[in-house]
Design a protein around this ligand. Structure first.
Ligand code: NAD
Length: 295
C-alpha cells in the first residue's frame, strides 16, 4: 500500500520503519531532514509538504507532538487536506485533546475523508518492537480498514468507539497512572520512614488490596523491582514531561466537561514541581523523590 507518514520523531520513525519492513511504499514528511534521509535510505520517498505526501497516497498517518502541530499539518495551506483524495482513509496517532481530534476529523469529513484518532501506549521500545497498543476512535468501517496496517506496528489494536474516543481512553488511563504512581510512592516512603523493609512492604501490597501496575511492575522504590526504571536511576521509561503533558490534556478536558479531577489536579502540580527541579527528563516514577530526603 502507498502510505503517507508525517511526523518521524522518537515514535514515528520506528513505526515508519516497521511499515517499510512490512513492504509498504511510504511518502515521508518531517521538518527534520536527517530522519528523512535515514528513512529514504530504507526505501521511503521524501515529500516536500504534507499536501504532497498525501496527494498520491492510499492512507495517511500522522504522529506529531501536540494539537497545534496536528492542526497545522492537516488544515494548513500545504496541509494533508489540501492534497488528499476524496475517500482516502486517514489516522492521527498523536496524543492530543479529544476536541481537536474531533474538529480535525470533522474538517476531513467535509471533504469526504474518514479520519480516526489512534493514540498509542508502549513508548519508544514498543514502537521499535512493533508491540504498541493503539486506542482507536473511528467508525466500524474505518476501523476495519485501519486494523491490518496498525497491526504491523502494534500488538493490541482496540476499537474504543467513534472518533475522539481513542484520545479519551488514553488520557483517562494516564490520569489514573499518574495518580497511582504518586499513591504507591507515598505508601512506600511512609513504610520506609516507619521502619519496614521496603521489599517486604512491596510484597504485602502486591498480594493485597493496594496492588496495581505502579506497585507490582514499575515500583518507584529502588531495589524492589530489578527491571523498573527505579533500578537504573530513573533513566529510560516514560519521561515525567510526557506525563505532565498527558495530565494537562486530562485536566483541560475535565475543565471543558465541568468534571472534577481533584487527584489529577494535585498529581499535575506534583509532576510540575518535579519539572521545576530539573527532573522532567527522568522517568515519571522518580516522583518518589518528592517523598524522600535528598541522598
Ligand atoms: P517527537 O517530538 O520525538 O517527534 C515529533 C516529530 O514531529 C518530530 O520529528 C518533528 O520534527 C515532527 N514535526 C513537528 N512539527 C511538524 C510539522 N509541522 N510537520 C512535519 N513534522 C513535524 O515526539 P514523539 O516522542 O515521537 O511523540 C509523538 C506523539 O506520540 C506525541 O503526541 C506524544 O505525546 C505521543 N507519545 C509518545 C510516547 C513516547 O514515549 N515518546 C509514548 C506514547 C505516545
Amino acid at each position: 500500500m502507498k502510505i503517507a507518514f508525517i511526523g518521524l520523531g522518537n515514535m514515528g520513525a520506528p513505526m515508519a520503519r516497521n511499515l517499510l519492513k512490512a513492504g509498504h511504499q511510504l511518502n515521508l514528511f518531517d521538518l527534520n531532514q536527517a530522519v528523512l534521509q535515514e528513512l529514504a535510505g530504507l526505501g521511503g520517498s521524501i515529500s516536500t509538504s504534507p499536501r504532497a505526501a498525501a496527494e498520491d497516497s492510499e492512507l495517511v498517518i500522522t504522529m506529531l507532538p501536540a494539537a497545534a502541530h496536528v492542526r497545522s499539518v492537516w488544515l494548513g495551506d500545504d496541509g494533508v487536506l489540501a492534497g488528499i483524495a476524496h475517500g482516502t482513509p486517514a489516522v492521527d496517532c498523536s496524543t492530543i485533546d479529544p476536541q481537536t481530534a474531533r474538529d480535525v476529523a470533522a474538517a476531513a469529513a467535509r471533504q469526504g475523508v474518514a479520519m480516526a484518532d489512534a493514540p498509542v501506549s508502549g513508548g519508544t521500545g514498543g514502537a521499535a518492537a512493533g508491540t504498541l497498543t493503539f486506542m482507536v476512535g473511528a467508525s466500524a468501517e474505518l476501523f476495519a480498514i485501519l486494523q491490518p496496517v496498525l497491526a504491523q506496528m502494534g500488538r493490541n489494536i482496540v476499537h474504543c468507539g467513534e472518533v475522539g474516543t481513542g484520545q479519551i481512553a488514553k488520557i483517562c488511563n494516564n490520569l489514573l497512572l499518574g495518580i497511582s504512581m504518586i499513591g504507591v510512592s507515598e505508601a512506600m516512603a511512609l513504610g520506609d520512614a516507619l521502619g519496614i523493609d521496603t521489599k517486604v512492604l512491596a510484597g504485602i501490597i502486591n498480594s493485597s488490596t493496594g496492588r496495581c501496575w505502579s506497585s507490582d511492575t514499575y515500583n518507584p522504590w529502588p531495589g524492589v523491582i530489578e527491571t523498573a526504571p527505579a533500578a537504573r536511576g530513573y533513566t529510560g521509561g516514560f519521561g515525567a514531561e510526557l506525563m505532565l503533558k498527558d495530565l494537562g490534556l486530562a485536566t483541560e478536558a475535565a475543565r471543558q466537561a465541568h468534571q472534577p479531577v481533584v487527584l489529577g489536579a494535585v498529581a499535575q502540580q506534583l509532576y510540575q514541581a518535579m519539572s521545576l527541579r530539573g527532573e522532567g527528563g527522568m522517568d515519571f516514577s522518580a516522583i518518589v523523590n518528592s517523598y524522600r530526603k535528598p541522598t
